[in-house]
Design a protein. Structure first.
Length: 417
């Protein structure tokens, strides 16, 4: 390939990645915009924090339940169409929330917004798979993930600032305007976005050859061993991470007498380092063949660091270092994790496979607070860390399981060779 052609490919990759990542930033921004409004909704509308928590749970349940159907829609009708439609539904729901008169209208709109948000993972990965060059796929996945972390980071500050400066309803309208601007930008670049789905022509060719897709074929794909193993890996990794960033502060305080401020700084270090480690993981994922072995090695290292945190009352600086190293481990494997999903995804199935496997995160995130809260209430505090270690060990065992042969995309390495 000539230098000019190589430069053109690089420019196209940057363009596509910037567009898709902007939408992903918006998705994650909206996720944390809602809890950032809780204090204002409580004061202005008198809604209890219990009901507000139920509203947030309903939003995650709605997204989790809609993600697999969204994946099927991506593969059938095209990622671009589904992405734009879902983003419009999400943005419109937030705009109308600014005029909600009571809790139940808010609840309905939150659920609708959650359904709209369900399209991002299946649609984004289908577009990245179809538009970005093979040599940069790992880095593309890492930047896409990183953009979501930036959205998480920006939402609480922006929402609380605008709600304090003006009003929470005005803040919602500003956020909706931002989302519409991103949607308009995506629409102007419609022709640049390519889908990793079967075109109507290719679909007709397959049907003419007697290869018409049936619902049983979809079920066999989603419940095949490689896909179920990765679904379990996503669920276990979420469970492992929750014990460190959600329950580590009270556990450290009870276990080693660490102050809430010091423990909070250590957890913040974990989150911050994890976010930037995703970028490093993209370069690594583009230059290794066995993503599964890399993930298993990195999780094994994180088990050692968490054991050190558990058994030793270390100096504050060393505690922050151990949490930072653990965060690096949990961040750097995410592009490799996404590449493993790509390796087992047949042509034209990115939407449903990515949508189904990412639902594992919703499952893990949904049951983690219950499990870990029960552990903290009924067992010594070190068992919070032991529980996370168990789930990390299960991640290692799960990802090293033979995943068996499967139709996979051209050029992908066999994961269990």
């Amino acid at each position: 390939m000539s230098e000019a052609a190589t430069a053109d490919v690089a420019r196209n990759d940057v363009k596509i990645l910037s567009l898709v990542s902007a939408g992903h930033f918006c998705s994650h921004f909206y996720m944390l915009a809602l809890p950032a409004l809780f204090i204002f909704l409580n004061k202005d509308m008198g809604i209890s924090f219990t009901l507000l928590g139920a509203m947030l749970s309903a939003r995650y349940v709605a997204t989790g339940m809609a993600q697999v159907p969204a994946g099927f829609m991506v593969d059938r009708y095209g990622a671009k169409t589904v992405l734009m439609l879902g983003m419009f539904v999400m943005v419109a729901a937030f705009a109308v929330m600014a005029f909600a008169p009571n809790y139940w209208v808010l609840m309905l709109l939150v659920i609708i917004g959650g359904v709209g948000d369900a399209v991002f993972h299946p649609a984004d990965y289908a577009i990245l798979n179809g538009s970005v060059s093979e040599a940069r796929m790992g880095r593309a996945f890492s930047i896409h993930t990183f953009s979501g972390h930036l959205g998480f980071s920006a939402a609480p500050v922006a929402i609380t600032f605008m709600s304090t400066l003006w009003d929470w309803r005005v803040a919602l309208l500003v956020v909706a305007g931002f989302g519409l601007a991103i949607l308009a930008l995506l629409l102007t670049q419609w022709s640049s976005l390519k889908d990793d789905v079967l075109t109507s022509k290719r679909r007709k060719e397959k049907e003419a050859n007697g290869e018409k897709e049936k619902m049983g074929d979809h079920a066999r794909l989603l419940f095949s061993r490689p896909v179920l193993v990765l679904f379990a890996f996503f669920a276990m990794s979420t469970l492992a991470g929750n014990g460190l960033h959600a329950f580590a502060i009270p556990a450290l305080n009870a276990l080693h007498g660490t102050s809430a401020i010091d423990a909070g700084f250590a957890v913040s270090t974990y989150m911050l380092v994890s976010s930037f480690a995703v970028l490093a993981g993209g370069f690594i994922a583009d230059n290794i063949q066995r993503q599964d072995r890399f993930a298993a090695l990195i999780y094994s290292i994180s088990i050692v660091t968490v054991l050190m945190i558990t058994f030793f009352s270390v100096h504050y600086a060393l505690l922050v270092f151990f949490f930072g190293l653990t965060g690096f481990c949990h961040g750097v494997i995410r592009p490799a994790r996404d590449m493993m999903v790509r390796e087992v995804t047949p042509e034209g199935s990115s939407g449903k496979v990515f949508g189904f496997i990412f639902t594992g995160q919703n499952v893990g995130g949904g049951i983690a607070p219950i499990i870990l809260g029960f552990v903290l209430d009924n067992f010594p505090p070190q068992y919070i860390f032991f529980t996370s270690i168990i789930f990390m060990a299960l991640c290692v065992g799960t990802i090293l399981l033979p995943r068996g042969p499967m139709t996979k995309r051209r050029g992908a390495a066999t994961p269990a060779e």
